[in-house]
Design a protein around this ligand. Structure first.
Ligand SMILES: [Zn+2]
Length: 271
């Protein structure tokens, strides 16, 4: 599943190239998670001004309105001067005078939603509940600790909920908790300020490392062939159940938390 680093790398792969492009055609495939919200013809002649990201949403700002784009579980975006004929899993395509933007999404949990502005009720419903951006200055260790102190749920589930800090999905939550030495089952409100500060740092580190890795695959994202290329860290614990911890050699344990797999080292990560 594309997480924040993949979405950000996707953004960087086409944001500059598409800025200034004029939309000449829109083709819809099978229904995605949410409807587009306008007749495709409404988009014709609109100009793309910029592409930003909020959480896992890409905001394609137009001269009038905005497209909110989400990659869902299996989506990938391509932007290229020309593309081969669309396949069965290509469900959104926007032809511009600078190239074609195409969403490939076999599982169709992704979405492209047009809103007249970000104050629109549909935009607010999708964006308002999002926590702070982990890679921006607003993500502050003291405020992070204060927010955790109000939650009795396990720290892993609080991170995944995304309303304190966005973009820390399953892989990155597991990895950051390992780096911080915190057991994923620990109650959020019982994490001390120094430990919260360590976790804060670990979240930034793990996301920045993934971004750096993703940067090296940028060419794949933007190539005419458009390999989607989700990248993964050389994980410390994620998906390593039963294998020796890379620090202490204790076998990594796997448990289920909120229907998601969680991996941790029982020795390195204190409850
Ligand atoms: Zn260990």
């Amino acid at each position: 599943m594309p997480e924040l680093p993949e979405v950000e790398v996707t953004r960087r792969s086409f944001a500059e190239r598409i800025a200034g492009a004029t939309i000449e055609g829109v083709r819809l495939g099978k229904p995605l998670r949410w409807p587009l919200g306008c007749e495709p013809s409404v988009l014709l002649g609109r100009r793309v001004s910029s592409v930003h990201r909020r959480g896992k949403y890409l905001l394609v700002h137009l001269d009038h309105g905005c497209l909110l784009l989400h990659l869902g579980m299996s989506g990938s975006l391509q932007f290229a001067p020309t593309l081969p004929a669309p396949g069965v899993h290509d469900h959104f395509e926007m032809q511009t005078d600078r190239g074609v933007l195409r969403l490939h999404d076999p599982r169709r949990f992704g979405a492209v939603v047009h809103v007249p502005s970000l104050d629109d009720a549909r935009a607010r419903k999708l964006l308002d509940g999002l926590g702070v951006e982990p890679l921006e200055p607003g993500f502050d260790p003291v405020a992070f600790h204060r927010s955790l102190a109000k939650r009795r749920a396990s720290i892993k589930q609080v991170l995944l909920a995304g309303d304190i800090v966005v973009g820390v999905g399953n892989i990155y939550a597991s990895e950051a908790l390992f780096l911080a030495g915190i057991r994923p089952t620990a109650r959020a409100d019982r994490i001390s300020r120094p430990r919260a500060a360590r976790l804060h740092r670990a979240i930034i580190d793990v996301l920045q490392r993934a971004l750096a890795l993703g940067g090296s695959t940028l060419r794949d994202f933007s190539s005419a062939q458009g390999e989607s290329g989700y990248f993964q860290l050389d994980a410390m614990v994620y998906d390593r159940a039963g294998q020796p911890c890379r620090v202490c050699a204790t076998p990594v344990r796997a448990i289920r938390q909120g229907q998601r797999s969680t991996f941790f080292c029982p020795l390195c990560q204190r409850p």
